[in-house]
Design a protein around this ligand. Structure first.
Ligand SMILES: *Cc1c(COP(=O)(O)O)cnc(C)c1O
Length: 227
């Protein structure tokens, strides 16, 4: 695995796809998903210029965050995994972003537990766009209510939406799976919500996600190989 080369290659691909799908250049940010990856691997990615990292298990993430806090202070850590209610305090204390908020209870706990010396915690609401296959995420029909609730919490900053659709075999089907999230994002903005982040797209549906309007893609395997 030539991680540095992969980082450069994926960034180049993202720029090409932005252009192909008439997106504004640099509209899409790369979040490197480092679950199950070592400190050395993460350091290699940092040396290639990567600054945004995503983790989905709290216990695995905390030692990594601690390790890099002193030596690489410019990193930004995103929590992208399922949230158990007894983990919200540590998440609120150690991350800059949480992509997987899917209930008022979790939002309220993150808000109450966010240390006041830190800026508000950036959050995305996780939407369940493939009902058959996924248990996490909130239903499309419940999103506006949760968005309004979160927008009023002073220690959270609602930035947008996230989804992990069931993987489809072709580009058109992948776009179709992601499209409801794009529609919902536009609807919430039309309702006056100040959202700027559409977190969708992984290694296998990167192109579909950029075509559908992703602003932040979460890439693991294509950077670091199979886990
Ligand atoms: C693991 C993971 C990713 C990255 O998936 P790849 O297919 O390895 O690119 C993205 N988002 C979430 C929430 C993940 O858990």
């Amino acid at each position: 695995m030539d991680i540095q080369n992969n980082i450069h290659r994926i960034n180049k691909t993202i720029r090409e796809l932005e252009s192909r799908y008439h997106r504004i250049s640099n509209a899409v940010t790369l979040l490197a998903i480092t679950k199950k990856q070592s400190l050395e691997t993460i350091q290699t990615a940092i040396d290639a210029g990567q600054r945004l990292f995503g983790e989905n298990y709290l216990q695995e993430a905390l030692p990594k965050i601690e390790h890099f806090a002193a030596i690489e202070p410019a990193l930004e850590w995103h929590f992208v995994g399922p949230i158990q209610r007894n983990k919200t305090r540590k998440i609120a204390e150690h991350f800059a972003w949480v992509h997987s908020v899917d209930s008022m209870l979790i939002a309220e706990r993150l808000n109450d537990q966010r240390p006041t010396h830190l800026p508000p915690l950036n959050i995305c609401l996780q939407i369940n766009v493939s009902h058959e296959t996924s248990k996490s995420g909130i239903a499309v029909s419940d999103t506006l209510e949760l968005a309004r609730f979160c927008a009023n919490l002073p220690h959270l900053r609602l930035r947008g939406l996230m989804a992990i659709p069931a993987l489809q075999p072709t580009l058109p089907l992948q776009r179709q799976a992601l499209h409801p999230l794009t529609v919902l994002f536009d609807e919430l903005r039309q309702q006056g919500m100040n959202l700027d982040t559409l977190s969708m797209g992984m290694s296998d549906d990167l192109e579909a996600a950029i075509a559908e309007g992703a602003t932040l893609v979460r890439i693991g395997t294509a950077l670091f190989g199979n886990r």
